[in-house]
Design a protein around this ligand. Structure first.
Ligand SMILES: Nc1ncnc2c1ncn2[C@@H]1O[C@H](COP(=O)(O)OP(=O)(O)OP(=O)(O)O)[C@@H](O)[C@H]1O
Ligand SMILES: [Mg+2]
Length: 277
């Protein structure tokens, strides 16, 4: 039974973005979403990637006829026709249903382009947390997802070429979007977290370089966590079985809990409750 109250207020929006493909955005979205939902938070996943990895991670108990396309482009849409339900209680999903990438083109031609998503999200009620997954390249759908966020989580792979792409692409995008602050938009704080971390010297070296860079060159709105997510085959296997990673491999429970505490500290009381895996 749910004893803590559910917020009927505006949901907190966590966007996961990195212009580097394959940096475990969708994996994190699925695991954070599962963790929040299983700790009694009403959680909505939104898949904005044209390749619907997140949409197909969990099995659905109800598949809505519509998805992200209707949310952004159909003015008369209503939630029942676009919000699907996963088999995990409390975990809903707006599926990606734009394989031909029409959304990006339409948004680029719309006067409210990158801002429409933000105003559409404000109309979605009844959730504590919304988790937005994005595609691994620079695109207006990534811009809109960053502008709609309360916090921006950037997973980084600790390899030199990925780190360079992170600085050029993801930090570049974030700086470019700061022009929106002239129009009253506040950019979300950026939290970078290294993923797929192993014990090799190469990874240690890249991480120490990244920490130095964040400390010396970046302002406080951009932070690199000392917490890291390890490289484990369990993450791939969990996706195969369509379950959160801590259900497949209970040793990962504390990793996902720490990740959620870092990104969503306001829900600490939910995350600290007894939980059996
Ligand atoms: N911590 C981890 N350890 C090992 N493998 C992982 C880990 N996290 C994710 N992976 C694997 O890395 C691959 C890429 O992950 P994922 O699809 O989440 O990346 P993405 O950033 O969403 O990619 P894209 O940019 O294509 O959307 C997947 O096979 C996933 O299972
Ligand atoms: Mg993905």
């Amino acid at each position: 039974m749910n004893t803590l109250h559910h917020s009927s207020n505006t949901p907190f929006v966590l966007t996961i973005a990195s212009t580097k493909g394959g940096s475990s955005k969708s994996t994190n979205a699925a695991n954070i979403g599962g963790f929040c939902a299983e700790h009694d938070l009403k959680t909505l996943l939104i898949d904005t990637d044209t390749q619907p990895t997140l949409s197909s991670y969990y099995a659905l108990s109800y598949s809505a006829p519509g998805g992200i396309y209707q949310l952004l482009l159909d003015k008369n849409t209503n939630p029942e026709t676009i919000i699907s339900k996963t088999v995990i209680p409390n975990l809903d999903l707006i599926q990606s249903n734009d394989p031909s990438n029409n959304i990006s083109q339409m948004l680029r031609n719309a006067p409210d382009g990158a801002l429409r998503f933000s105003s559409m999200l404000k109309q979605i009620k009844g959730y504590d947390v919304i988790i937005v997954d994005t595609r691994g390249t620079r695109d207006i759908t990534v811009d809109m997802s960053v502008l709609a966020a309360d916090i921006l989580f950037c997973p980084i792979l600790p390899h030199i070429l990925s780190a360079k792409e992170f600085i050029r692409g993801t930090i570049g995008m974030y700086q470019d979007l700061s022009t929106f602050s002239d129009f009253g938009f506040k950019l979300p704080p950026l939290k970078a977290i290294a993923n797929c971390v192993d014990h090799t010297n190469d990874v240690k070296f890249v991480l120490s370089q990244l920490h130095t860079l964040f400390q010396n060159e970046f302002t406080d709105d951009k932070q690199l966590a000392t917490f890291t997510i390890p490289y484990r085959v369990a993450y791939r296997e969990a996706a195969t079985y369509s379950v959160p990673v801590y259900r497949h491999s209970p040793t990962e429970y504390n990793t996902i809990k720490e990740l959620c505490l870092l990104l969503l500290p306001q829900f600490k009381d939910y995350f600290e409750r007894n939980f059996e895996v």
